[in-house]
Write a protein that binds this ligand. Structure first.
Ligand code: GLA
Length: 400
């Protein structure tokens, strides 16, 4: 075994848990998922070996797409394409030091444009999540968006920020800066919106996403990232045995079309109580729970505790086989926890695995869904002269 990974594992164990009350100790069974070809396992450039950069080189809407790799000296690397600003791979060591790709994704930029894409790894905007009936009003004027999710508008519309080519610059090995200018009226939204998203991979195996945006007309903005994680590794099967803790005492219940009712309901005594580490699947078959029925499982926004302008812990997730722990910190007030209820095995991922039902989960930090139509939710209005800023960190370590 590579000593560097053993050493890194020790450093990672020493990392301070964001949820001090989480004492969950992991089984010592060795993970059976082999996520990377052998040749790549010793290399911090595993992302590059695993993927063929050429398969991401294309011209879409007259703009060049490519694959960018961030790496550190601590056994982690992240591959991102500027098509939709998508995270394609996140490789981190597991509890035995084995490089493990914990992000689900495709091998080619073409597949990301196919009908099977479900925002895999994407930057989502201009407004992440749903807007009821694709309509909202700003200063007395009603705006109409395309409805692309039943009666509602989802994730920015027909061609949201997940389906555009971002301008990319990579100033160093650990940073990628992406910029996209969305035209006034694009997808029905008012104002020219200039968004900049910076991905940084830290020496501590934390991926930091800094979002910024400015507008020339009053508009609405809610940017997020839609990476699908499987902490046992892409293609290693169900995520229902992952342990999840969410820093939320309330969540926003939804109707049958996943639009919030407007209430903030306590999680206590419900399957939405993740205040202590709990296996995702332990309460999932509660056919009697109308909220799980509405979401087809978890597909809900959690109201994060202690939300304020500073970073606060949103979640901690542990892969039951790999021992890989992901901590999520954010400046956002909410987080959509989605467990791949719409995954249906129609596509093949990088590893060759199918996108089977509930084999990945998302933690989309955000303002609450349908915010423009919900007067009691924190506002997502952006005025000219002001700057939208948001930060989310996905930090990886191991528990043995
Ligand atoms: C979000 C939504 C889900 C689903 C996925 C993509 O997480 O909340 O309902 O649409 O995106 O399939």
């Amino acid at each position: 075994m590579n000593n560097r990974y053993v050493q890194n594992g020790l450093i990672a164990i020493a990392a301070i848990s964001l949820f001090a009350c989480n004492n969950a100790s992991q089984q010592t069974a060795s993970p059976d998922s082999t996520n990377l070809p052998q040749a790549a396992t010793e290399s911090v450039t595993a992302c590059v070996s695993y993927l063929n950069k050429k398969s991401f080189e294309d011209t879409i809407d007259g703009k060049a797409t490519s694959l960018y790799v961030l790496k550190n000296n601590n056994g982690a690397c992240v591959a991102i394409t500027n098509y939709g600003g998508r995270i394609v791979s996140i490789v981190v060591p597991d509890k035995n030091g084995k490089p493990t790709d914990v992000a689900v994704g495709f091998k080619t930029v073409k597949e990301y444009q196919g009908p099977g894409d479900a925002y895999f790894g994407a930057l989502v905007g201009r407004v992440g999540n749903r807007i009821a009936k694709g309509k909202f009003t700003l200063d007395g004027k009603e705006y109409t968006l395309a409805t692309n999710n039943g009666p509602n508008s989802l994730h920015g519309g027909k061609k949201g920020f997940s389906a555009v080519v971002w301008d990319a610059t990579q100033p160093n090995d650990s940073t990628l800066s992406l910029t996209y200018v969305s035209k006034d009226g694009e997808e029905g939204y008012p104002g020219t919106l200039t968004s900049n998203v910076t991905y940084t991979l830290g020496a501590d195996n934390a991926i930091r996403i800094n979002y910024k945006a400015t507008t020339d007309k009053k508009t609405v903005v809610n940017l997020t990232n839609h990476t699908y994680f499987n902490l046992n590794g892409e293609g290693s099967g169900t995520i229902l045995n992952h342990l999840v803790q969410i820093g939320a005492d309330k969540y926003t219940p939804v109707d049958a079309t996943l639009i919030p009712t407007g209430k903030l309901d306590p999680v206590t005594g419900t399957p939405f109580d993740f205040t202590k580490p709990t296996a995702i699947g332990s309460r999932i078959d509660t056919a009697k729970n109308i909220q799980l029925k509405n979401g087809g499982g978890y597909d809900h926004n959690f109201v994060l505790r202690n939300a304020g302008p500073a970073l606060h812990p949103a979640a901690e997730v542990t892969g039951d086989q790999s021992g890989i722990v992901m901590n999520v910190l954010t400046t956002e007030p909410g987080m959509q926890f989605y467990i791949g209820n719409f995954m249906s095995g129609k596509n093949s991922f990088k590893s060759g695995a199918k996108d089977d039902y509930r084999t990945a989960f998302c933690m989309e930090t955000q303002h609450f869904p349908d915010a423009p139509n919900q007067k009691n939710f924190p506002s997502i209005v952006l005025e000219p002269g002001k700057e939208y800023t948001s930060t989310t960190i996905y930090k990886f370590a191991v528990k043995k």
